[in-house]
Design a binder for this molecule. Structure first.
Ligand code: ZN
Length: 141
């Protein structure tokens, strides 16, 4: 499967986004929650693909939670870059990747679709992510 690499700014966190989807066609979502708006985040996921987060020093990995606390927002503690969000644990973990943290971010060229999930219940939110987010593994933590 093709791999799109990326990571945070200082290199403490590396990303491997595996997908058969054409980067020029994959849907880009601009979540309008109060966290993502502050980061201007553009997110993507391929349920048939996979995300690997590699971190040599687990102390560099910052996890932030807010609101319903159903997701872990993954940031670099060193350089502050927001790289991914993860929902669930172990083999059930699912993620989105932040497109701007990928090396070839320009290839993900679709206009971001603004999305609002404020009205979701906790159950609706988890169900949506199970369907739309992708398998994820953190290596080296
Ligand atoms: Zn960093």
């Amino acid at each position: 499967m093709p791999v799109h690499s990326g990571g945070c700014h200082c290199g403490a966190i590396r990303l491997r986004f595996e997908t058969e989807l054409d980067p020029a066609r994959i849907e880009i979502r601009a979540c309008q929650c109060s966290f993502c708006v502050r980061h201007g985040s553009r997110a993507a996921a391929d349920p048939g693909g996979r995300l690997t987060i590699l971190v040599e020093d687990g102390a560099k990995l910052q996890v932030y939670r807010f609101g319903l606390r159903t997701a872990d927002y993954i940031l670099c503690r060193e350089c502050g870059v927001y790289v991914a969000a993860i929902c669930g644990d172990g083999e059930h973990a699912r993620a989105i990747v932040i497109v701007n943290a990928l090396d070839e971010r320009e290839r993900f060229s679709r206009e971001a679709v603004p999305v609002r999930y404020d009205a979701e219940t906790r159950e609706q939110r988890l169900a949506r992510r199970r369907g739309a987010w992708m398998p994820v593994e953190i290596q080296g933590r």
